[in-house]
Design a protein around this ligand. Structure first.
Ligand code: AHG
Ligand code: MN
Ligand code: MN
Length: 335
């Protein structure tokens, strides 16, 4: 058996490696891990618990139908994080505006931005879903979080991570000190144990691409030609890639991180900015992808260099093995 390293122990060890690291971030990560355990328990029981599946009947700021588990995960994240004393505000996919820290709680120097439940359309059919989070430092004066503290380029993130509620529950994170580390939840002891230290995107990558090809006819010619180059056409053999698309960004990215390949959510005629959100989907996964040796682009620029214009700004997204992301950018330019 390899040595047992809990996420708490790992965070402390990482802190020791980087004297500049502040303990404040570490306790933030503990709280996120706690929230992940609670959401995982609910997700894994979803089929058995009255009224946790299905839709709430509401529509969120994204114009999407809200699943009960979206609301639940959102509440758990807020209740686990709002009294930590480390945050000046929060941003959630499910809330139109900044989530302030209640007056009764101490405020801190960090901003937490998150997608409480990613892949909601997969909840009721028992397909993997996830949670994505991003941490920024407060940059504006005063103790309350402002838009300036939230609308920062991904390159400025202090840390980023995701939880995937799959055949096992895993938490994967990186910090400004680099390194991507994966922990698997042992539900029998309620601990996240280090299972994937120092994740690097494999090179050469697996020949896998991930995109929703139902939108093929809406794509630019360059995007269509790139996918045809990967999978071939009736007349051309192409590069012999296979397709894998789960429809949960966290799961499609997690597979891409561990095996290599490319995940794409392109812009198209009906969604000129793409569908995925920059602040709490693209930017945190981009930080992890680059830290693991990959690339993350909007098809033209690095995701981490984009400055968001709004809390729910969307972006086209190309994530994965560097060479494949660069090939996609070249195909889009030539198209
Ligand atoms: P969310 O459930 O947080 O709204 O995210 C859903 C996203 C993402 O998880 C996934 O990659 C994408 O929606 C799938 O979109 P399509 O169904 O258009 O392919
Ligand atoms: Mn999402
Ligand atoms: Mn979501």
């Amino acid at each position: 058996m390899t040595k047992l390293v809990t996420i708490d122990r790992h965070i402390i060890d990482q802190e020791r490696l980087h004297p500049g690291a502040s303990g404040r971030f570490s306790s933030l990560l503990y709280d996120v891990a706690l929230a992940a355990k609670i959401i995982s328990r609910e997700v894994n029981m979803a089929g058995l618990i009255e009224d946790i599946m299905g839709k709430t009947g509401d529509t969120n700021v994204q114009g999407e139908e809200v699943q009960r588990l979206d609301d639940y995960a959102q509440e758990v994240m807020i209740k686990a994080m709002d009294h930590s004393g480390h945050l000046c505000c929060m941003v959630s996919e499910e809330c139109e505006d900044i989530i302030p820290i209640p007056e009764k709680f101490k405020k801190g120097k960090y901003v937490l931005l998150f997608d409480p439940l990613d892949g909601s359309s997969n909840i009721d059919v028992n397909v993997s879903i996830g949670t994505i989070f991003s941490v920024h430092r407060k940059v504006s004066p005063g103790e309350d979080g402002t838009l300036d503290d939230c609308l920062q380029a991904g390159r400025k993130q202090l840390a980023a991570g995701y939880v995937v509620y799959g055949s096992s529950t895993m938490l994967v994170y990186t910090t400004e000190y680099g390194g991507v580390h994966g922990f698997t939840l042992d539900p029998s002891i309620g601990e996240f144990l280090l299972s994937h230290p120092d994740i690097r995107i494999p090179d050469p990558p697996s020949k896998t691409y991930s995109v929703n090809e139902a939108y093929f006819s809406r794509w630019s010619r360059g995007q269509q030609q790139f996918v045809e180059q990967l999978r071939g056409t009736a007349n051309e053999p192409g590069l012999g890639f296979r397709s894998r698309y789960i429809g949960s960004l966290v799961s499609d990215f997690h597979r891409t991180l561990l095996t290599g390949g490319i995940f794409m959510y392109p812009r198209d005629r009906t969604s000129p900015e793409g569908k995925l959100r920059l602040l709490y989907e693209a930017a945190p996964l981009a930080m992890i992808c680059e830290a693991a040796g990959g690339r993350a682009s909007d098809g033209d620029r690095d995701i981490l260099d984009l400055v968001p214009e709004g809390l729910h700004a969307r972006t086209p997204l190309y994530l994965g093995s560097s060479d494949l992301v660069s090939m996609a950018e070249a195909a889009l330019k030539a198209g």
